[in-house]
Design a protein around this ligand. Structure first.
Ligand SMILES: Cc1cc2nc3c(=O)[nH]c(=O)nc-3n(C[C@H](O)[C@H](O)[C@H](O)COP(=O)(O)O)c2cc1C
Length: 167
């Protein structure tokens, strides 16, 4: 099987996941890296960080350029612990993939966020100390700092096994 792993990662979380996928798929991976023109493969693992409820622009443009391919999506997101949230994100991402492609599966896990995000919310909670939503966001920020972690890697590994792509 001729596989490409095409991803975009700004702070390294999505790259960690991409590396793990590569490790698992070995010599079947013929391209590994950022989007570019003329990547030829039968199966594309396409990965992105989550940017305002969507995949990032570079990955959006790349997926829009694919035709008659098999696509498996992987993403990292600052918010975790909710399969529903990941499903909602993926449903949105699915919309931009041209219909001629076959979407096989998707995987998400949580990824730590830059400290500037926390500082922004800390400023907001100082102005609105009783805002429960901001409090939850701050709690989530601290949880995200541990991700991706060993448990995510285990889940990722099981997910790849269940895809049965190397059989
Ligand atoms: C500008 C910006 C927007 C973001 N938007 C979202 C979002 O809408 N939902 C979410 O869950 N995480 C969001 N995040 C968090 C990142 O997607 C998350 O930290 C991701 O793991 C970063 O991946 P990377 O390290 O591969 O760049 C955002 C982060 C930044 C910097």
């Amino acid at each position: 099987m001729n596989i490409a792993i095409v991803y975009k990662s700004v702070t390294g979380n999505t790259k960690i996941i991409a590396d793990k996928i590569k490790e698992k798929l070995g010599d079947n991976v013929k391209y590994f890296g950022e989007p570019k023109e003329d990547i030829e493969a039968e199966l594309y693992f396409v990965g992105s960080w989550t940017d305002k409820g969507m995949c990032c622009k570079e990955i959006e443009n790349f997926m829009k350029s694919l035709e008659n391919k098999q696509i498996i999506y992987f993403g990292t997101a600052g918010f975790g612990e909710s399969k529903e949230y990941y499903e909602m994100l993926f449903n949105r991402i699915k919309e931009i993939i041209p219909e001629s492609n076959k979407i096989i599966s998707y995987f998400f896990c949580q990824g730590k966020m830059p400290i500037a995000v926390k500082e922004r919310y800390e400023k907001m909670i100082k102005e609105n100390p009783s805002d429960k939503k901001i409090k939850l966001i701050l709690e989530n920020f601290d949880k995200a700092l541990e991700h991706p972690n060993e448990e995510d890697f285990k889940e990722l590994s099981n997910w790849i096994d269940n895809l049965n792509i190397l059989n």
